[in-house]
Structures are given as C-alpha cells and as structure tokens.
Design a protein around this ligand. Structure first.
Ligand code: SF4
Length: 249
C-alpha cells in the first residue's frame, strides 16, 4: 500500500453546518450525494451498524457496504451477513485479511497469540482488521461508522462529521447523538435482523476467541478482551483527536 496524504483537505465545520439537524437517514442521503462513489460504510454487524445498513438500503443505496471477516468471527455473525443481504436487498462486500500476513503471524506466534500479550493481541487486530480496513479506505473521500458518544467516556469526542486523521478522510457517524434505546427502537420498528448473540448477553460482539457474554449491568465492553485492563481495550480502528476510541464490534 502506498503512502496516503492524510492532510485535511475539507472544511469539517462547513460540512457540519450544512448538515445541522439532519436525521441519520437524511445525513446518509446527503453523504451519498456529496461524496458520490467515494463513500463506504464499514459494518461490524453490531446492532448500531444493522440500523445503519437498513437506513442505507432505504435512503442511500449507492453507499457501498463492506465488512471484515477476520477469520475468527462467530458463525452467528457470518450468518447475519447472509440474512442482512437478503432482508435489506444490499450487497455487503466481505473483505478478508491478507493470507500471507496471517500465515506469517501464526507461524511466528501461534493461532491464539492474543492471549499471551497486549502486543500480540494488537498485532492480530492489525493483521486481521486494521490493515484490511486501511486498504479498503484508500482512495475514498469519506466513510460511515456506527460510533455513538454514549458508548463510553472515550467517545465523548465523537462528532457526527469529523476528520479521520489516521486514515486521511472524512468520518461520518450518523448515530453519534443516539442512545442505545433509540437504536433498539429503530431495529424493532423496522424489523431489522440482528445478531442473536445480543440476546444471550453479548452487548458488544467481536471475534469469537476475544468476546464473551457479560452480566446484566456490566460495562458493555467488559466481555471484550476481558483479560486486559480497560485502557488497552481497542483494536485500532478508530482514532479521535489522537486517542483510540472504542466501538461495540
Ligand atoms: Fe485477533 Fe482477537 Fe483482534 Fe480478532 S479481536 S483480530 S481474534 S486479537
């Protein structure tokens, strides 16, 4: 992958002013027009992203939708890709890690390297997620994400429209202001398919070996990389104001 010029080349303040008060579907329709074919939605198939996929199918079907199959996902998550394609009538592009990168990592550190150290866990997330995302975002003008400010204190800086310095493009978070109750209301009102693991105590679903169910009332991220301390719990996909932020994926 060549070097990307990550210098900000759009006026985020004017885009924000232009879209002030837009509902998420209207914002998505605006993004489809403003960025033409240069905008894509990265779905983790979590409940926020399922709501966004439904909105895109209804209001902005020209936005490309893609997901990353890390090779370690739950079968329920893979099944949800198929169900969502059928229900929403949208193509969902499934991207995979570079097999050579994976093979080398497994040769050197073993298949379950993530349990042995934070560095190894980050290496795995980079090979299986971050590098794949960066390749897909190269050349785009904007990407859509399901980040919400309410998700955690590290997300208080999340804006509806912001500059993604790490990847050098605009990041659009249509649900930045939504509560989890609003997300579930939307999903139920529109009969949007969702991962059955959410009903089994998994508020946040990532890769199978790195996710477990939580007790009611526990932090939604406590089932992710549960063997690490909270400040390390990120996979490197999201950077806001120079800080990594969490996402329920
Ligand atoms: Fe690897 Fe776990 Fe990260 Fe998935 S969540 S990419 S299995 S370390």
């Amino acid at each position: 992958m060549g070097h990307r010029n990550n210098r900000q080349h759009v006026d985020i303040a004017s885009l924000t002013a232009e879209t002030q008060g837009f509902s998420p579907p209207r914002l998505l329709a605006w993004a489809a027009e403003r960025f033409a074919r240069q905008v894509a939605f990265a779905t983790s198939l979590g409940v926020e992203d399922q709501a966004l996929t439904d909105m895109i199918a209804r209001a902005a079907p020209s936005i490309a939708v893609f997901t990353i199959d890390t090779g370690r996902l739950h079968p329920q998550t893979l099944e949800l890709v198929r169900t969502t394609r059928q229900r929403c009538g949208l193509e969902i592009q499934v991207l995979c890690p570079d097999p050579e990168e994976v093979a080398q990592m497994v040769r050197e550190h073993g298949a379950d390297l993530f349990y042995s150290s934070i560095d190894n866990r980050r290496l795995c997330c980079h090979v299986r997620k971050v590098n794949v995302l960066r390749r897909r975002l190269a050349g785009l003008g904007a990407w859509v994400c399901g980040l919400r400010r309410e998700q955690s204190v590290t997300r208080e800086a999340v804006q509806t429209i912001q500059w993604d310095q790490a990847n050098g493009l605009v990041k659009i978070n249509p649900l930045a202001d939504w509560t989890i109750a609003q997300v579930w209301d939307y999903v139920r009102d529109h009969d949007v398919p969702y991962n059955p693991l959410h009903d089994e105590g998994y508020p946040s679903i990532g890769c199978q070996p790195c996710t477990r169910a939580v007790e009611p009332g526990q932090d939604i991220r406590s089932g992710r990389w549960w063997w690490e301390s909270p400040e390390h719990k990120e996979c490197g996909l999201h950077v806001v104001d120079g800080r990594l932020v969490r996402k329920t994926r």
